[in-house]
Design a protein around this ligand. Structure first.
Ligand code: ADP
Ligand code: MP5
Ligand code: MG
Length: 531
């Protein structure tokens, strides 16, 4: 067997070199300039419940923006309770389907799922030799999560000797890894690394050992061995029964990312983050009566995509010196809102939020429109506090909402994918929800006591740190911050903390320009010192 592994190892070249890969969007020779799409072919079983198998693969690829063709290897009768029947298709039918697609449709990446017999593995390997593709992703499906067997024992040898040596990445779960290694026990992350290295010896160029079922782990930990390093990939473990199809989905999503031109590590990270988001969105979904429900692969059709290039215009560094206006203070100092905004822009504010709690709508819209024009001339984004209608009316850059304002998912629906949404958060749970709902940044506070907001609970520097450490979104600190304590806030040095938001320290002062400059130079000093 070692010799066979050697042989295949030698013949299969590293990913992206096997077939010259033309990025789909740019492809097109002189005679054919039609637009191409990244194309994944899944070779897998049908799941009548559509949570796993071919159905999951098509949805996962679609969600990633790839086309997905499908060669069906078996038809299963299954639901959220168990697998009630498995009907493998004749090998000839699988061969015909493979030929139909591979000979015509310019497949970039092949992903395999349920392969019910050694014969089907052989047919597939022959087809891949006849029609080489850019990359092969092998999800060695053996047993469904419900515990039902989906392939014969004899296919394990087929995987080891024939398919794995051709694979760019293989994605066993704990049970499958153990089966491939003759029953090795896997209970710790260290065991997972050892097992990944052992499986690597069968010939795949990368091994992703999935730890969805790792006992006693509060995170969802996967391990990627690329022949040199063992990367530990940690994600949030979502508390839900709806995990049917996570393995199929992860592998298909990896295939789609590879077809789009990502490296293996990038593809795995993007896929894992997609599965995590999909589980989070679907955690309360009720489909079926069994213990293992499916999830909603296409949740991004409803909520915006957090990890896409949806909003290249939002730059987290804009949170550096965040000025929040206050109509009461402006009145006290005899300033118009536009004068206040212009002054803090002159002093170097990097983002502005209009927070007008008392203004009449007509006046607010007029003022916001004028402020927007000023902000545009400084190249600084303008956000509106709470009032989605005002933001829409004046075409502001976004909205900032609090925990009791309109929910972020609704705001997103109203203002569209291209606008910025910020949310006030006090706890890691708020921060997680803000991320899942599709916000762009978090305002965390009140860090210190303040008179600007009545009855506002203070979270302190420790509360701020806790939110920043758990947040996937950039954070701006708010509440009682000014020249006297901004340094202590920024010196917490937590990675997600991008700046401070201030109200009174700028606007409850005689000269807004001077105060903004003073604060800015303090922030710049800390930034320079902590670089
Ligand atoms: N409850 C969960 N929360 C977050 N991620 C999960 C959860 N369960 C599984 N995953 C992730 O889903 C992917 C599939 O893993 P796993 O469920 O172990 O595979 P399989 O479905 O093949 O058994 C992995 O990236 C794993 O970390
Ligand atoms: C047809 C088919 N293929 C694969 C799986 C594995 O499901 P999971 O991704 O939950 O391990 C399944 N249950 N059915
Ligand atoms: Mg699973």
């Amino acid at each position: 067997m070692a010799a066979l592994v050697e042989l295949f190892h030698f013949h299969s070249s590293p990913i992206l070199q096997r077939r010259s890969h033309v990025p789909a969007a740019m492809a097109g020779s002189g005679e054919d300039r039609r637009r191409r799409m990244p194309h994944v072919l899944t070779v897998a079983g049908s799941d009548s419940g559509a949570g796993a198998g071919v159905q999951a693969d098509i949805k996962a690829c679609g969600a990633a923006g790839a086309y997905c063709s499908s060669v069906v290897t078996a038809v299963t009768a299954q639901n959220t309770v168990s697998v009630q029947g498995v009907h493998p298709l004749p090998e000839d039918s699988v061969r015909d389907q493979l030929r139909s697609v591979l000979s015509d449709m310019a497949v970039d990446v092949v992903k395999t799922g349920m392969l019910p017999s050694p014969g089907v593995i052989k047919v597939l390997c022959d087809s891949l030799r006849e029609f080489p593709v850019q990359a092969l992703v092998v999800d060695p499906v053996m047993v469904s999560t419900s515990g039902d067997r989906l392939t014969s024992h004899s296919t394990i040898a087929g995987y080891r000797n024939e398919l794995l040596p051709m694979a760019d990445i293989v994605t066993p779960n704990l049970k499958e890894a153990s089966a491939l290694l003759g029953g090795m026990s896997l209970v710790t992350v260290a065991d997972m690394c050892t097992a990944a290295k052992e499986i690597y010896k069968f010939g795949p160029r990368n091994v992703l050992l999935k730890g969805g079922d790792l006992p006693d782990s509060s995170d969802a930990i996967d391990v990627l061995f690329d022949g040199e390093n063992c990367h530990e990939l940690r994600g949030l473990r979502i508390k839900t029964r709806n995990t049917h199809g996570t393995g199929c989905t992860l592998a298909s999503s990896i295939a789609a990312e590879l077809a789009k031109g990502s490296s293996i590590l990038q593809a795995v990270q993007a896929a894992k983050s997609y599965v995590e988001s999909a589980l989070h969105y679907s955690k309360d979904l009720a489909i079926g009566h069994g213990p293992q429900g499916p999830f909603d692969h296409l949740f991004r059709l409803k909520a915006h995509d957090l990890n896409s290039d949806r909003k290249p215009s939002f730059n987290a560094n804009d949170l550096f010196l965040y000025a929040v206006t206050d109509s009461g203070m402006n009145k006290r100092w005899g300033r118009s809102i536009t004068e206040a905004v212009k002054a803090c822009l002159d002093g170097g504010a990097t983002i502005i939020q209009l927070r007008e709690k008392e203004a009449e709508t007509r006046n607010f819209v007029e003022a916001a429109t004028m402020c927007l024009e000023i902000c545009l001339s400084y190249g600084v984004p303008l956000l509106i506090n709470d009032r989605v209608d005002v933001a829409l009316a004046c075409n502001a850059d976004g909205v900032h909402v609090g925990q009791s304002d309109m929910p972020v998912s609704m705001v997103r629906k109203l203002i569209g994918p291209g606008k910025i949404i910020g949310v006030s958060c006090k706890t890691p749970a708020h921060a997680e929800k803000a991320w899942a709902d599709g916000a762009d940044y978090i305002g965390c506070g009140g860090v210190f006591p303040t008179n600007t907001k009545a009855n506002n609970l203070t979270v302190g520097l420790d509360g701020l740190k806790a939110v920043c450490l758990s947040s996937k979104l950039p954070v701006v600190a708010i509440g009682g911050i000014g020249a006297g304590n901004a340094r202590s806030v920024m010196e917490t040095g937590v990675p997600k903390l991008k700046g401070v938001a201030v109200v009174s320290a700028l606007f409850d002062r005689e000269c807004v320009v001077t105060e903004t400059r003073r604060l800015r130079s303090i922030l710049l000093e800390v930034a320079a010192a902590t670089k």
